[in-house]
Design a protein around this ligand. Structure first.
Ligand code: SAH
Length: 221
């Protein structure tokens, strides 16, 4: 067996175990989501020094003071979007591109925004190398959203905001959902805002910890 094949089998086993013990065991049931998490090679998205821990039950540092979320948090947030496959989705906070890759498997089209250009560049390269063709990484301040491709059936913010930026709710399609951590710099409440016509219905799902969302309608640094 070639080393490449052995490696692939090894990482596949780690990924299957991650999904069983960390994701399914904690109550995530959507078969499409579980399958997507079995497929996306998380170890490719983390820095080489972190590769051995890529499938562990924890967030990891990815450079520029940023982190890739714990696998379960990624699953939890993605589950809350309830994607069926034909949606256009906006992600804010590309980071490594791991979350974007999952969204790419679960929705029709993904726009992912990142304010740090070097992170955006590596994420874009990685996603291209892995063959993703429905994900566009855009450099910019995601607190303003991306009006040119709105409305979105799903918007996911993977950094902690001081409040829900109103412009993001304005870019939600009818029936669309915004998933966003809202709170202080050190602790947030994972919040879901659903648009029902002109009404917005807000629910709090549980606490979480993210790096700060920095921008015009986020933290001012
Ligand atoms: N989803 C990522 C992890 C996100 S970490 C992954 O799967 O790897 C949070 C990211 O949000 C960081 O990369 C940070 O630079 C970015 N970020 C913070 N504020 C932002 C803003 N206003 N617009 C776009 N990206 C932002």
């Amino acid at each position: 067996m070639s080393d490449g094949k052995k490696d692939a089998d090894y990482y596949q086993e780690l990924r299957d175990a991650m999904v069983d013990r960390q994701i399914r065991a904690r109550g995530i049931k959507d078969p499409r989501l579980l399958e997507a998490m079995r497929r996306v090679p998380r170890h490719i998205f983390v820095p080489p020094a972190q590769r051995g821990r890529a499938y562990e039950d924890m967030p990891l540092p990815v450079g520029e003071g940023q982190t890739i979320s714990q696998p379960y948090i990624v699953a939890w947030m993605t589950d809350l979007l309830r994607l069926t496959g034909d949606e256009t989705v906006l992600e804010i906070g590309t980071g490594t591109g791991y979350q974007a890759a999952l969204l790419g498997l679960l929705a029709a089209r993904v726009y992912s925004m990142e304010r740090i250009e070097s992170l955006a560049d590596s994420a874009r390269q990685r996603l291209t190398d892995l063959g993703f063709e429905n994900i566009e990484v855009v450099v910019g301040d995601g607190t303003k959203g991306l009006p040119e491709h709105a409305p979105y059936q799903g918007i996911m913010v993977t950094a902690g905001a001081p409040q829900v930026p109103q412009v993001l709710t304005e870019q939600l399609a009818d029936g669309g959902r915004l998933v966003i951590p809202v709170g202080t710099a050190s602790m947030q409440m994972l919040t879901v805002v659903e648009r029902k016509g002109d009404r917005l219905v807000t629910r709090e799902e549980g606490s979480c910890v993210f790096v700060p969302l920095v921008g015009k309608y986020g933290w001012r640094r």
